[in-house]
Design a protein around this ligand. Structure first.
Ligand code: UDP
Ligand code: MG
Length: 317
């Protein structure tokens, strides 16, 4: 059982060597077959030079250097793509997560889960961030039905198959449990330690709240309608169309049979608006259906994911 530890780092020159040593200690102490992959997300400080030096003395320490800053999600995705382990562990590169928690995560994974997520029960960040994140976690749980206390903790262990199939874009690393849930993975969480950031700065500020909100809408949509967007747009469009059509038909009826002047009735405009919006939504639904087909069929993706099969010959299905 080989373990790949994946760490995105962006301007973490004071942290990388310390973190490497801590991870290495845990790997050796527990006799894990392992590799440690640090992904340099376009650092402009000494992060890469330090890692280069470490890598000269340890073949299991691997470094991927990006050409520019592509973001934490991209760095994690690169690490997952290049990982060769059966199990992948991800964590932050700023020493806020504790490598000593890795054995606990792996034990839990062995119980049969596909993803074990860390829960920063005693989180050491600014109060306003902790409060905001608590609210976000509550909302994400309500909307996605994936029940965890802490979605955003980077310290997680995955079966490699799941980590490699998350298809993360943008800043969706915060929604890995939801993406894994869409894939069909069994997810659980355990409390992990969390330390104050000692060196370097946080790379995010509170403006991310808005990005989290729209990402959450996207996650909700993907979870429910990814393979059937017409059910969302089509139904909404159909109701709007029927509503608008009924309103205007009623007004037309008044005009024709009772001669009432309807030119100054706001309802007339509303009906027209509903009719046009309904047609537009229906059109978006149909285009989305085509996009879904292109997304899956052009990449030979399946709309299902199989865990195991019995007596099925791979070649004949
Ligand atoms: N990170 C990255 N690229 C970025 C931003 C952050 O690779 O564009 C890394 C960063 O070096 C750290 C991890 O992602 O290892 C988490 O970032 P940070 O600690 O700033 O986030 P916070 O803990 O404040 O949410
Ligand atoms: Mg941090």
């Amino acid at each position: 059982m080989k373990i790949s530890v994946v760490v995105p780092v962006y301007n973490e020159e004071e942290n990388v060597e310390l973190l490497y040593k801590k991870i290495k200690d845990v790997m050796i102490k527990n006799k894990y077959e392992h590799e440690i992959i640090f992904v340099d997300d376009g650092s402009r400080d000494k992060t890469f030079e330090i890692m280069k030096r470490i890598a000269q003395n340890d073949n299991d320490f691997k470094v991927i250097k990006f050409r520019r800053n592509f973001g934490q999600t991209s760095a994690m995705a690169a690490g997952f793509d290049y990982a060769t382990g059966d199990i992948i562990v991800s964590m932050d590169g700023d020493l806020q997560n504790d490598p000593e928690d890795i054995p606990k995560l792996l034990e839990k994974l062995e119980e049969g889960y596909d993803v074990v997520s860390g829960w920063r029960k005693d989180r050491q960040d600014e109060t306003k961030r902790v409060v905001l994140s608590k609210m976000a976690n509550w909302l994400i749980g309500k909307i996605t039905k994936v029940r965890l206390h802490d979605y955003g903790c980077s310290l997680k262990a995955y079966n490699s198959d799941v980590a490699k199939n998350l298809h993360m874009y943008g800043e969706l690393h915060r929604f890995i449990p939801v993406l894994a849930n869409i894939y069909g993975a069994q997810i659980t969480e355990i409390p992990v330690r969390h330390h104050k950031r000692q060196f370097g700065k946080s790379k995010y500020n509170l403006t991310r709240t808005f990005r989290v909100i729209v990402d959450l809408i996207l996650m909700y949509f993907m979870q429910k309608f990814m393979t059937r967007p017409i059910h969302f747009f089509g139904i909404a469009g159909f109701f709007l169309f029927v509503l608008g059509f009924s309103i205007d038909a009623y007004l037309a009826f008044e005009k024709i049979f009772f001669g009432i002047n309807i030119g100054n009735r706001p309802l007339l405009l509303m009906g027209v608006l509903f009719i046009i919006s309904g047609i537009n939504l229906g059109g978006i639904g149909i285009i989305s259906e085509f996009l879904t087909r292109i997304y899956y069929e052009s990449q030979n993706k399946k709309i299902y994911n199989i865990k195991t099969t019995i007596n099925i010959n791979e070649k004949t299905h």
